[in-house]
Design a protein around this ligand. Structure first.
Ligand code: 0O2
Length: 260
């Protein structure tokens, strides 16, 4: 399919009106788009699509369903946290966050994937319009939380991406569950696709720094930091391993029969 990105490449060689170039540059760099800038360009059709996407994403019913989905998952997570905390006698989840993906981020992602920035394409192809993030102290807790989420009878696991066992090229580590969550109405059930990211505090720290200085930035910007960040990703893995070993050592010492 011929996309905005293709046109950008074509325009770069031919020297095109500034509007298209700046719009796509924004998309690549991950900056918010200034829509007045787009209007100056020749590409009104693409702008109309982004505006329609914006309208759909601010629709009251759309937002209500997304918020209902978030509440449903957070309720489950609270139950899981309670169960794990009671079983292990310690706090398990440190933080649960959620977000509904913004229009500019959706259009950027669609363009990057080679799709037109339409609402239909967003709903059809993106798994993370609703995103939930669970942060815990130890790497084994990540898998305990994931296991209990997968056991929920009303949730369907669509895909699991283990970036802890197989970190991304950037060094990014996290466990992602893509799930379908049901919203039950009078006579129908509607499934909402969500991405649940589960990771340790250390992995979350790394991802936060990466987000600020590397992820979604231009190759020029990231050149200086990319190598170091990748190395720090293994440092983080080591720290996670050591913290887990420390916890196990302390737990074992409590369980060991006293010599006295
Ligand atoms: P944001 O800011 O969260 O909206 P796919 O599932 O294959 O169709 P997708 O969704 O890109 O494509 O999958 P992937 O690679 O699993 O990434 C999903 C999310 O993980 C990203 O969403 C980020 O939140 C996070 N992520 C992935 N790679 C990195 C990375 O290298 N660094 C950081 N900091 N985060 C990463 P978005 O939509 O890209 O971003």
């Amino acid at each position: 399919m011929y996309t905005l990105l293709d046109r950008f490449e074509e325009a770069r060689h031919a020297g095109c009106p500034l509007g298209i170039r700046t719009t796509v540059n924004h998309a690549i760099r991950g900056e918010p788009m200034d829509h007045t800038e787009i209007y100056d360009s020749a590409d009104r059709k693409e702008t109309d699509k982004i505006n329609t996407l914006n309208e759909h994403l601010s629709d009251a019913e759309f937002l209500l369903k997304k918020n209902w989905t978030i509440q449903t998952i957070e309720f489950k997570l609270n139950m899981i946290d309670l169960e794990l905390s009671n079983t292990y006698n310690r706090t398990v989840m440190q933080k649960v966050e959620h977000r509904i993906k913004k229009a500019d981020s959706i259009s950027r992602k669609l363009i990057k994937k080679g799709h037109a920035p339409t609402f239909e394409n967003a709903v059809r192809t993106l798994n993370d319009i609703v995103g939930i993030r669970v942060v815990c102290l130890y790497s084994d807790d990540v898998y305990k939380i994931a296991e209990l989420l997968k056991q929920q009878k009303d949730f369907t696991l669509v895909n699991e991406k283990d970036y802890i066992k197989h970190p991304k090229k950037s060094g990014y580590q996290s466990l992602h569950l893509i799930m379908d969550v049901p919203l039950v109405f009078y006579d129908t059930t509607e499934y909402q696709r969500v991405e649940i990211q589960i990771r340790t505090v250390a992995m979350d720290f790394w991802a936060g720094v990466d987000n600020q200085i590397c992820y979604k930035k231009s190759p020029e910007d990231i050149k200086k930091a990319e190598k170091d960040l990748k190395m720090y990703s293994s440092v983080i893995s080591n720290i996670d391993r050591q913290m887990l070993n420390l916890r196990k050592k302390v737990e074992n010492s409590f369980q060991a029969p006293s010599n006295l």
